[in-house]
Design a protein around this ligand. Sequence first.
Ligand code: NAD
Length: 499
Amino acid sequence: MENSLRTIDHWINGAPVPSASGRTSPVYNPATGEVQAEVGLASIAEVDLAVANAKETFATWRLTSLSKRSEIMFAFRQLIVENRAKIADLVSIEHGKVPSDAAGELARGLENIEFACGIPSLLKGGYSEQVSGGVDVYSIKQPLGVVAGITPFNFPAMVPMWMFANAIATGNCFILKPSEKDPSVTLFMAELLAQAGLPAGVFNVVQGDKVSVDRILEHPDIAAVSFVGSTPIAKYIYSTGTANGKRVQALGGAKNHMVVLPDADIDMAADAAVSAAYGSAGERCMAISVVVAVGDVADPLIQAISARLPKIKVGAGTDPTAEMGPLITGEHRDKVASYLAGAAGEGASVVVDGREADVPAQGFFLGVSLIDNAKPGMKVYDEEIFGPVLVVTRVDTYEEAVALVNKHQYGNGTAIFTRDGGAARQFQFEINVGMVGINVPIPVPVAYYSFGGWKASLFGDSNMYGPAGIEFYTRTKTVTSRWPDPSTSAVDLGFPRTR
Ligand code: NAD
């Protein structure tokens, strides 16, 4: 029988390019479980083609005026706004997100484009006049050349925007290797960038798997790599990329703790915990996955959370009333379910078991789960589950809560819920986590700050997007200049002095 599946192409040098590697990967509709397309997986030669074009384009793109780059970003922003619904649909049909979640992803991604619209101001350097007689010093930020981004499945639109907005606005050419699980939205964004006036070759999409990632990591013409994904791969990307002389930022997994103090408003804390744990089916690196209940808050809090769970509507992204969609693949759904199967044996108490929920039979759905009495040493506590599973750990004191968070291998996000300003300030001071929420469960920084976790949640020295993104995609050149009066010129072999 003839294969009638749609094939998802690369985008190289301003146009779609079908993969000729002969290797493909299925792209599912997670809400039905059906394979809806296949994505071509790049060969080394296909990566090389994209890099060669990007390298050639860089010579002219870096000459483009800052005003022109800003104008292209503004035009792209407008096209994203006009195509909001289509982009959200593309995200939803391949990822499974419900409409409100897909729209939220896009809105947060858009902030990064808006930030990059200000590129003329962002690239201002410093200038010191008269550091010595007739000598001035100034610094300029120059692009690196060809840079690459490797992105995860869970934010197929937003995470690429974290990277490419600043990368191309600063004058680099960009190679994106999106997740092979939901690759279509990046191709549409490539089309919109072209419509916005971005020259061919500045933004390229290479679909692929480990073959293309490894080629990116070793390609001599790629200067820097941004990565977002799971911790084992982030570690690999960082060690391999830096060993090959590249600048690398590699963001990994998470286990975000929400500490609830006894004085917290129980209903507000329960609303926040439920929204942050089960939104996007828990497939967010900033999802709350552990509630640390301090003192006597545990019982009423668990009761308040449990009362909210039966009301969560699980369904496909095509259902406008659905609040939580399916997981990304059947394999991932089964992996998440295996944590539930093992929880009781580890000594935890399964309060709500998502495997027993009444969810659509087709597709990769799993209901929400709540696990009490989780502790360090248990897999449900130690590991990133990346699904709709919230675990609760009970501690007696604030100090124990802080020690618990600080001991965990991950340090992406955390939150504290309290009415005590002093306690919140102390928490912000002593917690070893990169992004902290005070009565805010998902403290993803706005685009004019920067995003980054600590410990096993980030490898490298640079946070992503915002001011850190501008630094990451540029290098500083410092110029010392003198325009002397020729009549004062003389030979002087001493080391140049400033006074
Ligand atoms: P993943 O690590 O499996 O994949 C990420 C990217 O790496 C994909 O493009 C994939 O094709 C590629 N990849 C996968 N295996 C590889 C290998 N062996 N060699 C080379 N490349 C490989 O992650 P995922 O499942 O797509 O995404 C979920 C993970 O991402 C979670 O751990 C989540 O916490 C993390 N994440 C982190 C952040 C953050 O900002 N820290 C944001 C979003 C997601």
